[in-house]
Design a protein around this ligand. Structure first.
Ligand SMILES: NC(=O)c1ccc[n+]([C@@H]2O[C@H](COP(=O)([O-])OP(=O)(O)OC[C@H]3O[C@@H](n4cnc5c(N)ncnc54)[C@H](OP(=O)(O)O)[C@@H]3O)[C@@H](O)[C@H]2O)c1
Length: 314
């Protein structure tokens, strides 16, 4: 019998890592097994992973020793950090650095690091078209991930830098969906004008990551951007409307108005969408749909995803 190779997965109970765990568990023929990293092995999601055949391990990514233990003996790791848990770039950087150092110290053969662009390369801090946040960022949850790329590079571990896209799932989870207004109409509210935004089903990120892990010779050391489609918000509204059988309008708001919506992180997300809008060509060019489909031919378009989630969208 051939040997199986352990993939240690950060965020295995979450969207990105969960998608990868499911993809691997569904394909034992690829010779990978799942080591699911969680802070709480007793949670229902962790228990479900264990029941499906994953080795579930307790680990807090802020604790370097705990990460080393979780990576020990693994062949590769999927590394992702969780800005929206704590809103702290410092915590993201610490967790990414812990994972990079642990991967190197434990001799992992390959790491996929879920990163994002440094918006400051396009909108320097002195550029006042959007506010500087936390003293040194334009889009904190993007910029700090880009800063953390250096930790993987400096650790010397063979790394694939994976640029992900806007999750279709945000239409369900972050109050970004086609909500009914007081007048009964439905609309999507985004500060994106007619810019195209790359998007993907969150679970498909894991499917693409599995493909990257299967071919380190091709992907280690590379930056790879993935998206299922590049769509304007008007196009997204039209697709969602067709699926739910009610018109969905697009309400375009200026980024300043969006930043003022007041939900936690509205300033960061407002800056992110302004960056997405003003540099849409750069952002889309970094996420090649054709390449993404070669990684995972089953990528869900927004229509596919919406049809599968129609009830929840209503
Ligand atoms: N939403 C989007 O459109 C989008 C697009 C691109 C990139 N992103 C990025 O995606 C990242 C989040 O990934 P996700 O959506 O997969 O996250 P998620 O679904 O929120 O899952 C987070 C998981 O991380 C685990 N976790 C949190 N803190 C931990 C810690 N200290 N130690 C160990 N595990 C910890 C939690 O597991 P336990 O509770 O089981 O420990 C949780 O299940 C964010 O940083 C965001 O910037 C999001």
């Amino acid at each position: 019998m051939s040997e199986t190779r352990v993939i240690a997965i950060a965020g295995a109970t979450g969207a990105q890592g969960g998608g990868l765990a499911q993809a691997i568990l569904a394909h034992p023929e690829y010779g990978f097994t799942v080591r699911a990293i969680t802070r709480n092995p007793d949670s229902p999601k962790a228990q479900a992973l264990a029941a499906a055949g994953a080795d579930v391990v307790a680990c807090d990514l802020t604790d370097s020793q705990s990460v080393r233990q979780a990576f020990r003996g693994a062949y590769a790791a999927y590394c992702v950090t969780f800005f929206w848990e704590h809103f702290s770039p410092e915590t993201e950087l610490l967790q990414a650095t812990n994972m990079a150092n642990a991967a190197a110290a434990e001799g992992l053969s390959h790491v996929v690091w879920s990163t994002l662009e440094d918006s400051r390369k396009h909108v320097p801090l002195e550029d006042d078209r959007m506010p500087t946040l936390m003293g040194r960022y334009k889009v904190p949850h993007f910029d700090v991930k880009a800063e953390a790329d250096a930790a993987f590079h400096e650790a010397g571990v063979p790394t694939t830098y994976l640029l992900t896209s806007f999750y279709w799932d945000n239409f369900l989870q972050l109050g970004m969906g086609p909500r009914k207004q007081e007048d009964g109409s439905r609309c999507l509210t985004f500060p994106l004008g007619d810019a195209k935004l790359p998007g993907i089903a969150a679970s498909d990120i894991g499917q693409c990551a599995m493909s990257l892990l299967r071919d380190p010779g091709q992907w280690a050391g590379k930056r790879v951007g993935i998206a299922a489609e590049h769509l304007t918000v008007a196009e997204m509204a039209s697709i969602l409307g067709a699926v739910i059988g009610e018109p969905v309008l697009f309400r375009d708001v200026p980024p300043d108005v969006y930043r003022g919506f007041g939900f936690p992180g509205a300033d960061d997300i407002g800056n992110m969408f302004q960056f997405n809008r003003d540099f849409s060509n750069v952002f889309c060019a970094a996420r090649n749909v054709e390449l993404s489909r070669t990684l995972y031919p089953g990528l869900q378009t927004l229509r596919d995803w919406a049809e599968a989630h129609r009830e929840a969208l209503l």
